[in-house]
Design a binder for this molecule. Structure first.
Ligand code: ATP
Length: 327
């Protein structure tokens, strides 16, 4: 199958993630090296439906490696969820004789790819681009490392003011369904505790831990909260804690969209380059309807259906370590 591929289109979809540009660059340059025609679709599935498809040349992806965001723009598309929307998208691709697709995004984008490839028998390749790191079949997703670095840098700054005023800060990071960012931000910033969607820490248990800290002369505290934690976000948790424990002056910081922006870390640039390169070489070798990921530092291909449906949770050993190191 791979040998028949002549024209590939690449797009970014879902939430933006730092490193998406580096992945686009790698896709375009690897495809060009193999004498393929490469096209860029603007604004994800929405642009596919609207026919926003342009030819990409090697020089057009120069000087983007270090930039956050995505030069192809990204979008969420309700129309692509409908058979009519996908039919229109297929017709746009056929107008350019596109015979394979590379989609850079998260599990929602991969669900769209999987459905589309089954309906229209077109080979597709997913590249994991999401700050959440919640995809099965890759140890890291593009953008995750940068997002954690941004959150740790912010937590370090909050630590300075928490220390000066003897305050308790609840710092909310992104992760509606996944605690990877929160857990690693907590470890990296030396926080007192972390609340993530995968484990359910009761408010009373959190208060008990904070009280222990007070007994050990902890003058200030940082608690990292994933936005999708079962008890609510940082604002709700701070309120619940404040009702029962008034030792500290309590403050809340929500880091929010800062975590999506900025120049990608060197780790994300290298990861994105490897996965973009692996995506094209994989398609040419006959890999189809898979996600190109990195497991144990080796590029590998996982069926999209597994990347979407199988769950990847934070390592229990890391969760235990974070608790011990926060003593
Ligand atoms: P992130 O992890 O950053 O949120 P994502 O890829 O999971 O990224 P979504 O908004 O979930 O982001 O999905 C992106 C797009 O994929 C949707 O806007 C929609 O166009 C398409 N998509 C998602 N699920 C489906 C589906 N079941 N059928 C068809 N298309 C879908």
């Amino acid at each position: 199958m791979g040998a028949n591929i002549k024209r590939i289109a690449v797009f970014t979809s879902g939430g933006d993630a730092p490193g998406m540009n580096a992945a686009i660059r790698a896709v375009v340059r690897t495809a060009t090296y193999h004498n393929l025609h490469i096209y860029g679709i603007r604004k994800g599935y929405e642009g596919m439906i609207n026919g926003e498809i342009v030819r990409l040349e090697t020089r057009m992806v120069g000087n983007i490696m270090h930039r956050g965001g995505t030069m192809l723009k990204t979008a969420r598309s309700e129309r692509f969820r409908t058979p009519e929307g996908r039919q229109a998208a297929y017709e746009s691709l056929m107008a350019h004789d596109i015979d394979a697709l590379v989609g850079i995004g998260g599990d929602g984008s991969f669900t769209g790819l999987e459905i589309f490839s089954k309906e229209f028998n077109i080979p597709v390749m997913g590249v994991p681009g999401t700050i959440d790191n919640d995809l099965y079949g890759t140890d890291h997703t593009i953008g995750y490392d940068t997002a954690v670095n941004t959150a740790v840098e912010a937590a370090d700054k909050i630590r300075d003011t928490a220390d000066s005023h003897d305050r308790l800060f609840f710092v909310e990071v992104m992760g509606r369904h996944s605690g990877f960012i929160a857990l690693n931000t907590a470890i990296g910033s030396g926080a007192s505790s972390v609340l993530i969607p995968e484990t359910h820490l009761e408010i009373d248990a959190l208060i008990k831990m904070l009280k222990k800290g007070v007994k050990r002369n902890k003058l200030f505290s940082l608690v990292i909260v994933a936005e999708g934690n079962a008890n609510g976000g940082a604002t709700e948790i701070a309120k619940l804690v404040n009702e029962k424990f008034d030792h500290y002056d309590i403050k809340v910081t929500i880091i929010g969209h800062l975590q999506r922006g900025g120049s990608p870390s060197s780790f994300d640039r290298v990861l994105a380059s490897r996965l973009g390169f692996g995506a094209i070489e994989g398609l040419l070798a006959g890999e189809a309807n898979v996600m190109c990921g990195l497991v144990n530092n080796k590029v590998c291909y996982t069926p999209l259906i597994d990347a979407i449906n199988k769950k990847k949770d934070p390592d229990q050993d890391l969760i235990r370590m974070a608790e011990i190191l926060a003593l």
